[in-house]
Ligand binder design. Sequence first.
Ligand code: NAD
Length: 320
Amino acid sequence: MRRKTVLVTGGAGFIGGHLVERLLQNYRVVVLDNLSTGKMTNLPDHPHLDFIFGDVSQEADILTIFENYQFSYVYHLAAVASVAASIEEPLVTHQTNMDGTIHILNAAKEQASTLQKFVFASSAAVYGSEPTLPKHETSAIAPITPYGIDKYAAESYVLAYSRLFGLKSSAARFFNVYGPRQNPQSPYSGVLSILTDCINRKIMGNEASFQLYGDGSQVRDFVYVEDIVAGLILLAESEESQAEVFNIASGERHSLLEVIAMYELIAGEKLSLTQREERAGDIHQSYADITKIEKIGYRTSHTLKMGLRKYHEYSSKAYV
Ligand SMILES: NC(=O)c1ccc[n+]([C@@H]2O[C@H](COP(=O)([O-])OP(=O)(O)OC[C@H]3O[C@@H](n4cnc5c(N)ncnc54)[C@H](O)[C@@H]3O)[C@@H](O)[C@H]2O)c1
């Protein structure tokens, strides 16, 4: 049977690479990525994968792709994914995170009659520091960074294109995602990738100190990357997710100090911590109510302990 074709923007990134790997089991996959943070090594060598080097903020790049392919699903993940980078360079971030989304939506709406779903990667950052917890999809929206503002504007555009042009869509607000291949090299990387890097450097006998911003009492909902992938595919395939926004998270909450202690136990290694000032734009507590996505069939398959074990197993092999 002929495979349906799926577009994954940002497919060479951390989450994108995992999504592509999974989609290749059933689909022909086209990845559009400018490799600004993504890497070709995040993608498998596969006969049903086409990689296109291009920029979502360049309309011409998008139009060419939509002229050449008829898509059954679009997963739009390409973004400047760092809150801190968005504070340093709001305009550059905006060109990718906002303008880029509109370019993709404009092209996708021309295929609205055959496109089965447009799925957008939004973020828990849209909730900002408004104190009500846990965060439900109907909680107050109060983004406090350029990243969060653009994510909220972009998800609103996605849902508006459903109402205005009949584009079938869903938006997913990811909480803190972690897992294999998350890049620890930038100071803006996810905290668990930096922790993993520190632990592995210590295991190899090197000096490594973990920079703790604030006192470690910040609470987060860490979700294993395979659960994010399962959630994204569910949103793409479900009829009930049409023109709706969903949290994707684990539903567990842990302080950073708890996570560090759990990871030290799993790895059998004690970390030295260097305390730093809390960073501008950091939200003290963020965790999700996931009942909305659970109602359409989502189940997390990794507790934090299971996810950390898998991540540690993978990354300690990658370091040898
Ligand atoms: N990792 C998380 O915890 C998290 C949480 C909430 C939301 N998200 C969202 O999930 C998506 C994927 O994040 P990630 O963690 O995999 O980050 P990532 O940086 O690994 O992936 C982003 C990908 O987009 C590509 N990209 C960036 N700008 C582009 C442009 N102008 N044109 C084409 N490609 C471009 C990058 O090269 C990279 O491959 C992003 O939209 C991010 O905002 C991530």
